[in-house]
Write a protein that binds this ligand. Structure first.
Ligand SMILES: [Zn+2]
Length: 357
């Protein structure tokens, strides 16, 4: 299978960055999501907070011929590095470097996850706009704007404003209505009316998103012991039916911990993108040297913070682990990614896209 046409379709700024000879198939998120609307596949989006999981995911994508997204949220990666210690430029560079190292030739995207604006204050909006501007500059090809903490009217206004430069450059766009909760907290799930009003509000402002993230009961992070996993697929399907006519599909957040047999059915309810974040962190943590892991846990408990925040604190140690630990992380990531691609019905999706464009 040749990906020549997709290589030719790479955005101009990406081709300029990669160089004319590069076969790295970093494509526009729009080209994926506009072409898979009617296909019951889910694109896995991986928040690779610890870089050692990237090779495993890329190898799995090649072996199963799957499309994939590499993504970090603003909290994970901002101009100062976020809690992963990686700036958007660092993240772009590491993805490209790793792709080069293993001759990764399948189409993929780099996505800005949760570009969050928690209030309607100008300084909050500006700080996220700065991250977007940087991601546009360094070569991200898809963006998730998240003003869902705000009242719907403000969410529409803020999202429309932030979407402008992305839409002008023609990149993929995800938006969010109904805040997706963290584990251990609960919230109202998104209604059909909310989803419809939100998308129509954006459309009135000339913004037509490709994806809509909703709160359907899933949660971010590792579920607590005994915490119930409840994802309302019926409601998800109803929201999808309400926005489908605008070419909008559903993005599912917080998949870590969801049984894989359930994940497979997501595609039947209009879900076309599935975010997996904490799973990769768990894999990395399981395979880090014991003494380093103990130090990280100790730091987190003394700081009273979630373990994820130890990533930046111990970045040099994590990046510098001996080869055998890196290999163990890669192997487990590869194996898990294959299971996810299969459950997501994404096997063969790279070829499918190449034939469709
Ligand atoms: Zn999310």
């Amino acid at each position: 299978m040749s990906f020549k046409k997709l290589l030719d379709m790479r955005p101009e700024n990406i081709r300029a960055k990669l160089g004319t000879k590069s076969k790295i198939c970093l494509i526009n998120g729009r080209d994926i999501f506009e072409n898979i609307r009617d296909e019951k596949v889910i694109i896995m989006a991986c928040n690779t907070r610890i870089k050692h999981v990237i090779h495993g995911i890329m190898k799995a994508a090649m072996e199963t011929d799957s499309l994939v997204a590499f993504e970090l949220a603003k909290s994970e990666s901002d101009l100062k590095g976020g809690y992963t210690g990686m700036t958007p430029q660092d993240y772009f560079d590491v993805i490209v470097e790793y792709a080069d190292e293993i001759g990764y030739d399948r189409p993929f995207i780099i996505h800005g996850d949760h570009l969050t604006v928690k209030t309607n204050k100008e300084e909050d909006i500006k700080s996220t706009e700065e991250v977007i501007a940087e991601q546009l500059k360094v070569g991200y090809t898809c963006y998730a704007l998240d003003a869902s903490f705000n009242e719907e009217e403000d969410n529409i206004a803020i999202t429309s404003r932030m979407a402008k430069p992305i839409v002008e450059m023609g990149f993929g766009l995800e938006t969010e209505v109904g805040e997706i909760k963290s584990v251990g907290s609960s919230g109202e799930i998104t209604t059909v009316e909310e989803a419809k009003t939100f998308v129509e509000g954006l459309m009135d402002n000339g913004i037509n998103p490709h994806l809509l993230g909703i709160n359907n009961g899933s949660k971010h992070g590792n579920y607590l012991e005994g915490e119930e996993i409840s994802i309302d697929l019926e409601r998800t399907g109803e929201c999808y039916e309400a926005v489908k006519k605008y070419g909008v599909c559903i993005a599912q957040h917080g998949i870590t911990g969801t049984p894989l047999h359930l994940v497979g059915r997501f595609a039947d309810y209009g879900i076309r993108k599935g975010n997996v974040g904490t799973e990769w962190q768990n894999i990395a943590h399981r395979n880090l040297p014991d003494d380093l892991m103990a130090e990280m846990k100790n730091w987190a408990s003394e700081a009273g913070k979630d373990l994820k925040f130890a990533t930046k604190q111990f970045l040099n140690e994590i990046n510098g682990i001996p080869e055998k630990y890196k290999k163990a992380i890669e192997d487990e990531s590869r194996k898990t990614a294959i299971e996810f691609f299969e459950a997501f019905r994404a096997v063969g999706s790279a070829k499918m896209l190449a034939e469709k464009v």
